[in-house]
Design a protein around this ligand. Sequence first.
Ligand SMILES: Nc1ncnc2c1ncn2[C@@H]1O[C@H](COP(=O)(O)OP(=O)(O)O)[C@@H](O)[C@H]1O
Ligand SMILES: [Mg+2]
Length: 326
Amino acid sequence: MTFDAAAFQQTGDDFCLPLRDLTALTRQSAAVVRAALPAASLRERSGFGYLVAAEAVRTYLREAGLKLPFRTLAHINLKGGVGKTTSVVTCAVRAAQYGFRCAVLDLDSQASASLALNALPEDDTPIFYDVWQKPRELLGPALKRIDSHLYLLPSSLENGLLDSSLANPRHQKKAVAEVCAELARLGFDLVWIDCPPSLGTAVISSICAADEVVVPIGSDPFSHKGLTLTLSEIEAICDTYSLPEPQCRVLFARYDKREKLAAQTLARMDGEYAAYAVPIPVRVSTEFSKALANGETLFHSQRKNPARQDYDRIVRYLLQLDAPFR
Ligand SMILES: Nc1ncnc2c1ncn2[C@@H]1O[C@H](COP(=O)(O)OP(=O)(O)O)[C@@H](O)[C@H]1O
Ligand SMILES: [Mg+2]
């Protein structure tokens, strides 16, 4: 089986974008937006109203002037439990609803992103460890379809062996970058990389490949320490490999206003991290664990939820979706 861009044209019963979300983004009436969409791209689903197929959203946004340059975003923090996987998966699902052709690279041997997307690999399913040396041949067939606009390169424990197989610095510089280049060739717009909580070779290779590094943090002192270490490592790695530094962003991925340290973290986002801060903290919500238990994300349901609203704004911010409609 090979993968080609025709796959993005397929429509099925995927998690498409509610029409009302498209009207909210474009600030147009539902009648005006509907008139501009092909009838076949609209479908009614109870509780959601009309849903718009992702490829039709993509065409609509491009015609409105949205640019879709190929981009790689790596979510990195040397500390675990800060929201890397949650933010990768939630952002990728939402971006796919907005019509971006997204690939998630799960590089964590714990395979949390694969689990969250309900796509843990079988024993013989290829993972990054198997494909990085020959992405042109091996990557396309290894991608798992999650949705018309969302594909996954899953992970398993074997990715833990990358530290030895990527020991050569030349390989570290190129491995993830070449996989991303192949994803660009296959027609993807965005790659979201879920990194392990370490400074192993997979993370170094992701830093070399990334246009943007998103560092999720909580309000605990460890995640601030993780942020500082991650930022200085990015600088050192790019210096060593003579690469331009990726754009760094700090995401406050677990904001619980009842926590004492939360106010301090908000103040830091406005102060010392202001140059990097994504200005939308994600409020804590029990919906994340409920959705995970169902093999879903917050964007699979229509239930109103503050964290869902936050992630929608974050995706709009990261991908500059509002730009054509200001
Ligand atoms: N905004 C949030 N509200 C509530 N729980 C969250 C939030 N963000 C993440 N979590 C939970 O925190 C835990 C750790 O998140 P995860 O994304 O796995 O972190 P990491 O990938 O950095 O280890 C998970 O159980 C996840 O469901
Ligand atoms: Mg994780």
